[in-house]
Design a protein around this ligand. Structure first.
Ligand code: NOJ
Length: 966
């Protein structure tokens, strides 16, 4: 079985590693995808004579008393007896929700996907007036009344327009098709039509529309598996066009470019559609539209003038074709196996608006615990308590910071999660306390498969309570194969499992219920294999005809399944204590909304340069999908990277929101202290760099937890009007900090080019070299020797750091700050810093510090620059932290008081044109040092002048002003 295969993997990555493509379906091996693509092919062939058979019965339009929504009956001329219902709503932020379902059908379609994804039922607009005309129903809204939604009756077509321009069109190509439920025996058979006849057939002919055969309607085979498909065909096809947008992004998770390449049309880059079907893909390809572990059915469409997006709330397998009929327009075709049509159209019009609209629907990312942004050291496996202690000791001896040590599956006796293998881990609580001694944490893996054995209380309790997923007959518990051998899976769709699961994580005894008393409140959790991965199942997962709570088949909820484990584990960890503390749970599988529950990583990557580069793009795509807390296994899961690759991989890691090194069980140990010089010292510095920048990361996480703006921002997000940046996915900005990173992902690099999107000065973070962009964009060359990650500070930014080397982040709590001020072309700069206790929820009660730093001219024409610090919370009380609006903020809250002695120890100003005459706080002259820069010449761009103000003696929590007099 697969478990054993992977254990046998060779230690080194063989020259050619390839995914076992035969384990996973292509579109042509999936009946409903085949049917969906067939529909699209017939539409193309029929060209302008193709007409969608779906129409709105205008006489049934019913506008709700709230006026923001209406319902109407929809018919298909192919099946006049089948009824469909349409429901269109406009939310108070302008998002349009379009739902369609079969009405009074033989069965019910699954309609729960949105309810798992949405954070709350959206508020409807109170300003909408639908007007019903002869051919359509329409509504105009928006501040300038320039957004319009038009629902055309015949054929049914939904269009969102902005400024009179079509932005999003549903069913504009006539590919809408909701396969209705039918009885097997009565299923109508069409006579196969001859090829020439097909083209001339009329709209009402089913074969013309659907194809002339019942293509695997009632049973489907793949390899040795047969899917019994008791409900028959129920797929959903929908075309979504963006007539004025030349780039689409999102729909993670795929190892592909950020601006999604085409899958159909002339010169299609891929021949397969993008697939969303959460899967454990062994040795996945670095460039492919194949499915991976998670699915976020969210797509942004972007042009210089506008950004729009859609969220297709479907939980079943979905294939998506992408085409560019012209460079400035995009057509997509979504084919899902089951479920209702439930599409949210986000009108933008800017990327920032889209993030706000999307996270209002599905929630903003939770503000993580501060330590979770430190360095995580993992491998499969640290094999004993003493191994963990030794690794910790080595980090300390080498002065390498680390916050978290991880345990993979071998800690668990026979892979019975929660149960320690006492031979190797005789003293788990003591071991954890040893790790926790200087504020470090442990993360331990808990997978969702339970070993089916009597001596496993977790399985026993789940079994007794009837909480396990059932086989196709709906009666027998499903049995499959995973790490623990013969296993059963908890059905988290069953609400009875929720409290039970949460109780397992309590560290104190819970009466007759089992709980994890062999753990501590600083033990955090890793949820792996939750696609779910089933080694002997079809496509390494669960049979689609398995049955979940409520009688839903696995096919209906497959892509949501993994998120439920993540959600419940996160709640369990949070409520282990009273009052609750911020949880940390890493998940491999995810869906829209998963950002509320913790972090994700990109699964089993390979120790190759291609995978390193792919990881950067995948993490960016996840940020686009609203799920910023993402990273890839540093070092690559499979293989033994050489020292150069490892260094570069750490440099990628420190600029990932989630930063963890991990390695397969068969790889050689590669903890950074094992490297020879100079690599060891380089990685030590790289790790320290991450720690010095924790204030930047934490501040960026505060922002995403409120606005949804991602922590990593690709160019189209940061500079939405700059077309030259729309396809860039190998460099990015960190939050609003002004830091621009271009990780090196190739062997032997000494230089790289970085694209600067604007007429602004950028400074090399390390060398202070000056690089000037241009209003039409410009590429500059940056030095990138092995010890150096190309990192620029955008002129106009102020970056707060903490630069005392420490062994873990909690030890930095009272460390002083350095402020790096990068003056812009106009001699101004701005930056932010957010701080709180980093692990409780007291910030929601106003216990935090949120500062703004400003550098500006003292007067318009003056050359003197004033640098000041002011309280930002007082200015933006409504949007302070973590999605919780604070009505009042008291600057002398307990947390702020506890930080009052924390100083700014250094202010470093890049770009001060001349040596100052004085640098003063009030009347007192401060200590400072000025290094004259080097002017630009034809040969080089020059080096910035740097003014260092030493220990100005100010607190990080208070208001102050320093004046630099020229
Ligand atoms: C698969 C995960 O992707 C990997 O990170 C982990 O080490 C193994 N499962 C073993 O738990």
């Amino acid at each position: 079985m697969r478990a054993f295969c992977s254990l046998l993997l060779l230690a080194a990555v063989p020259a050619v590693l390839a995914v076992k493509t035969q384990d996973f379906k292509t579109c042509s091996q999936s009946a409903f995808c085949r049917r969906g693509r067939g529909l699209s092919a017939r539409a193309q062939e029929a060209s302008s004579s193709w007409v969608s058979p779906y129409s709105v019965d205008a006489s049934t339009i019913s506008i709700a008393p709230n006026l923001a929504s209406f319902t109407a009956a929809v018919k298909s001329s192919l099946y006049p007896d089948i009824k469909f219902g349409l429901d269109v709503r406009i939310h108070d932020d302008g998002v349009v929700r379009v739902r369609m379902d079969e009405v009074d059908g033989l069965r019910k379609r699954y309609d729960g996907a949105a309810s798992w994804a949405l954070v709350a039922e959206p508020e409807l607009s109170s300003k909408i007036r639908w007007s019903v005309g002869k051919a359509d129903v329409r509504a105009k809204y928006g501040d300038k009344k320039d957004v319009e939604v038009v629902v055309a009756f015949n054929p049914l077509r939904v269009t969102l327009l902005q400024g009179g321009k079509e932005q999003v069109v549903l069913n504009g190509k006539g590919l809408l098709h909701m396969e209705h439920f039918r009885a097997k025996e009565n299923s109508p058979k069409e006579e196969p039509a001859g090829e020439s006849e097909q083209v001339v057939m009329q709209v009402n002919n089913r074969a013309w529309f659907e194809g002339d055969s019942e293509d695997e309607y009632w049973e489907e085979k793949f390899g040795s598996w047969t899917d019994s498909k008791p409900k028959g065909p129920e797929s959903l096809s929908l075309d979504i066009s963006f007539p004025n947008h030349g780039h689409v992004y999102g729909i993670p998770q795929h190892a592909t470019r950020l601006s999604l390449p085409t899958t159909t049309g002339e010169n299609a880059y891929y021949s397969e559609p993008y697939r969303l079907y959460n899967a454990d893909v062994f040795e996945y390809l670095a460039d492919s539209p194949m499915s991976l572990y998670g699915s976020i059915p969210v797509m942004h469409a972007h042009s210089a003038g506008s950004t729009v997006a859609i969220f297709n709330a479907v939980g079943s397998e979905t294939w998506i074709d992408v085409a560019h009929p012209s460079p400035k327009s995009t057509e997509t075709h979504w084919i899902s196996e089951s479920g209702i049509l439930d599409v949210f159209i986000m009108p933008g019009p800017t990327p920032a608006d889209i993030f706000a609209q999307y996270t209002r629907l599905t929630g903003t990312p939770a503000l993580p615990a501060h330590w979770a942004l430190g360095y995580h050291q993992c491998r499969w496996n640290y094999i004993s308590s003493n191994d963990v202690r030794d690794v910790q000791k080595r980090f300390d001896m080498e002065d390498m910071p680390v916050d978290v040590f991880w345990l993979d599956i071998e800690y668990a006796e026979e892979h019975k999660y929660f149960i320690w293998d006492k031979k190797n881990f005789p003293d788990p609580v003591d071991m954890m306390h040893d790790v926790e001694d200087i504020g470090r944490k442990m993360v331990v893996i808990i997978d969702p498969h339970l070993k089916r054995t009597d001596n496993y209380p977790v399985y026993q309790e789940a079994n007794e309570r009837g909480l396990l997923v059932k086989s196709a007959d709906g009666e027998k518990d499903y049995e499959g194969w995973c790490w623990s051998g013969s296993s059963a899976w908890i059905d988290f769709f069953n609400p009875n499992s929720w409290d039970w699961w949460k109780t397992l994580f309590k560290t104190l005894p819970q009466g007759d219920r089992w709980s994890w008393t062999d753990s501590t409140i600083d033990t955090y959790i890793w949820n792996d294999m939750n696609e779910p991965s089933v080694f002997n199942g079809p496509e390494i997962s669960m049979p689609r005809d398995n049955v979940h709570h409520g009688g839903w088949e696995h096919r209906d909820i497959h892509n949501i399944n993994g998120m439920l484990l993540h959600n419940l584990t996160s709640q369990a960890v949070m409520t282990r204590t009273d009052p609750p503390r911020r949880p940390f749970v890493l998940t491999r599988s995810f869906y829209a909304g998963s950002q509320r529950f913790g972090a994700m990583w990109t699964g089993d990557n390979l120790g190759t340069w291609e995978h390193m580069a792919a990881g950067v793009r995948m993490v960016l795509a996840n940020n686009i999908g609203g799920f910023s807390f993402a990273g890839s296994d540093v070092g690559g899961f499979f293989g033994n990277p050489d020292s150069e690759m490892l260094v570069r991989w750490y440099q990628v890691g420190i600029f990932s929101p989630f930063f963890r090194a991990h390695a397969h069980i068969d790889t050689k140990r590669r903890e950074p202290y094992l490297l020879d010089e100079p690599y060891k010292s380089i990685i030590r510095n790289v790790l320290r760099m991450r720690y010095s920048m924790l204030p930047v990361w934490y501040t960026a996480f505060r922002e995403t937890s409120v606005t949804g703006l991602p922590v990593l921002r690709p160019h189209y997000v940061a500079f939405p009007h700059d077309e030259a940046g729309f396809a860039i996915d190998d460099q990015f900005f960190v939050g609003s900090s002004g830091l621009l990173v271009k990780p090196i992902v190739e062997k032997g690099a000494t230089h790289t080019t970085v694209y600067l999107p604007e007429d602004q000065v950028y400074y090399d973070y390390f060398t202070h070299d000056v690089h000037r962009g241009a209003s039409k964009g410009k590429s500059v060359t940056i030095q990138a020797d092995l010890h150096k990650t190309p990192l620029l500070i955008r002129g106009g930014s102020i970056v707060p750091t903490r630069e005392r080397p420490r062994r873990s982040s909690p030890l930095m709590k009272y460390d002083p700050f350095t402020l790096r001020i990068a003056l812009s072309n106009q001699d101004v700069a701005h930056g932010e810093l957010y701080l709180d206790d980093g692990e409780t929820y007291s910030h929601r009660d106003g216990h935090f510090v949120w500062r703004e730093f400003i550098a500006e001219k003292t007067e318009k024409k003056s050359k003197a620059v004033r640098i000041s610090s002011r309280n930002l919370a007082a200015q933006k009380p409504g949007e302070a932290v973590d999605g919780v609006a604070l009505t009042k903020y008291d600057g002398s809250n307990d947390f702020a008081k506890s930080m009052a002695d924390v100083r700014v120890e250094r202010v470093v100003i890049f770009g001060a044109a001349t040596k100052p005459a004085s640098v003063k706080m009030g009347d007192s002259e401060l200590q400072w040092e000025y290094t004259q820069g080097v002017a630009a010449s034809d040969k080089r761009e020059g080096m910035a002048s740097v003014l260092v103000i030493k220990d100005p003696g100010v607190s990080i929590t208070s208001d102050w002003e320093i004046v630099v007099q020229a």
